[in-house]
Design a protein around this ligand. Structure first.
Ligand code: SF4
Length: 438
């Protein structure tokens, strides 16, 4: 029998890492579990969420011996910790093979091939199964690659949540602002059609949507088995731009009599928002990113205009859907008065919540690939610094802004790293006093 262990890192940069669920580890563990007979393979998830980064070696000492240790690295900020986990497990259990996929691996395959025994480029549905087969036959290859086009996600089995204890799957915190109903995360689609210059999460470059049956079955499973009453969509674009597809989702959700929240683009129409509200939508996050038109153009998000953002927000407000506006400070081409203008925009448009991040030139993004074009003179390659949660929870945080602009760029004088930090710190505190951050 082959023993497979999916390992979830600590996610130490969140105040409460248990609030969100390790979706891709659960997806791919489920796919492997469904593919092999119980006698052929045993699949488990070792969930290290919540362990302090400095107690990692203690946490890893509890990880048992397995033939395959699997990782799905969505955030570059996790990659250093995962490399440490690999090394700690190798010391204790040298025979196990370590394999990884995910956005970080897609973006930096050569570097990752030096850390892991095998890497996955593209989706994991078939590659993980093949890796288990090849480990059994002693023919593990270095790279497993498959285009997303060949794995449509439509009927990928939904995650078997029994791979984790119930309290690590369902919690009231996701809907804390709405009475704390028992809730969990899920995906109805993966990918994104846009190409924002700071982003790497648009993989695949189009939206792969779950089938109506899968949507319905997963919700029923969560309601029946876990008493779930709230759903937190992790899709990059929860409201599909194609009205026919979004209507399917709204119909399924409406029938389920459940509440939900998610992130989407400001392209969604009034009609779609109305359907969303009628299907139980309480809150939508939108990637406004910046209030400056020039910056919006530089980051290749000019498909989103100020009037579009304002009209989306007015529509949502009319319908009673709360809005969480996501902003990024430190983007290329920011004007000197970005703090004042952002605050003015927030006061005028009155979103319910704000998520403010510091810009991070994530490996593989257009800005990371061509830093000079964006006036960046230095990018720190210590990936542990590549998370973008600066000063979200306290003044002491120091994760993020792993880069520096030239003093003068083609757009004029750029902010120094210290100035960007100060802009974020000031604005975070302003938001906090207004209770706009959670
Ligand atoms: S930031 Fe959002 S809209 Fe832009 S490419 Fe990334 S996922 Fe798509």
């Amino acid at each position: 029998m082959t023993s497979v262990c999916f390992v979830v890192p600590s996610w130490h940069y969140w105040t409460n890492p248990l609030k969100l669920q390790p979706m891709w580890e659960m997806y791919y563990a489920t796919v492997c579990q469904a593919h092999f007979d119980r006698d052929d393979a045993r699949v488990v998830i070792e969930d290290l969420r919540g362990h302090a980064a400095d107690s990692l070696s203690e946490a890893v000492s509890d990880v048992g011996e397995h033939d395959v240790y699997a990782y799905w690295i969505m955030k570059t900020g996790d990659s250093v910790e995962i490399a440490n986990i690999v090394s700690l497990i190798r010391d204790r259990h040298p025979a196990g093979k370590h394999v990884a996929g995910g956005t970080h691996v897609d973006m930096l395959p050569e570097e990752c091939a030096n850390v892991f025994d095998a890497i996955i480029v593209g989706p994991g549905e078939n590659s993980f199964k093949q890796i288990v087969e090849d480990t059994r036959s002693g023919r593990l290859e270095k790279v497993y690659e498959q285009p997303y086009r060949e794995v449509p996600f439509t009927d990928t089995p939904f995650p078997d949540r029994s791979l984790l204890p119930v309290d690590r799957v369902v919690n009231p915190l996701l809907f804390e602002q709405y009475g704390g109903v028992p809730a969990t995360s899920l995906y109805f689609s993966r990918g994104c059609v846009y190409k924002c210059a700071f982003c790497v999460y648009n993989v695949p470059s189009y939206l792969q949507v779950r089938s109506r049956e899968m949507m319905r079955d997963e919700i029923q499973y969560l309601k029946d088995g876990y008493g779930v009453k709230g759903l937190n969509f992790r899709d990059e674009v929860a409201i599909h731009p194609n009205a026919k597809i979004s209507t399917t989702m709204f119909e399924v959700l409406g029938e389920a009599d459940i509440v939900w929240r998610g992130q989407t683009t400001t392209v969604a129409t009034y009609e779609q928002l109305k359907q969303a509200r009628d299907s139980g939508c309480l809150e939508l996050s939108i990637g406004v990113e910046t209030v400056d038109d020039q910056v919006m153009q530089i980051i290749d998000k000019a498909w989103q205009t100020e009037s579009q953002i304002r009209s989306f927000m007015e529509n949502a407000k009319k319908l009673g859907i709360r809005i969480k506006m996501c902003l990024i400070f430190g983007l290329p081409g920011e004007p000197p008065d970005i703090v004042e203008r952002s605050i003015r925009f927030i006061e005028e448009t009155e979103p319910d919540y704000i998520s403010l991040s510091g810009f991070c030139p994530v490996p593989g993004s257009p800005i990371f690939n061509n830093p000079e074009q964006y006036g960046i003179k230095f990018i720190d390659r210590d990936w542990a610094k590549h998370a973008h949660l600066l000063y979200r929870f306290s003044d002491e945080e120091e994760v993020g802004l792993p880069f520096e602009y030239e003093a003068e760029t083609q757009w004029g004088k750029a902010f120094s790293r210290e100035q960007i930090k100060e802009n974020i710190r000031q604005t975070q505190r302003w938001l906090e006093t207004r209770e706009m951050v959670y």
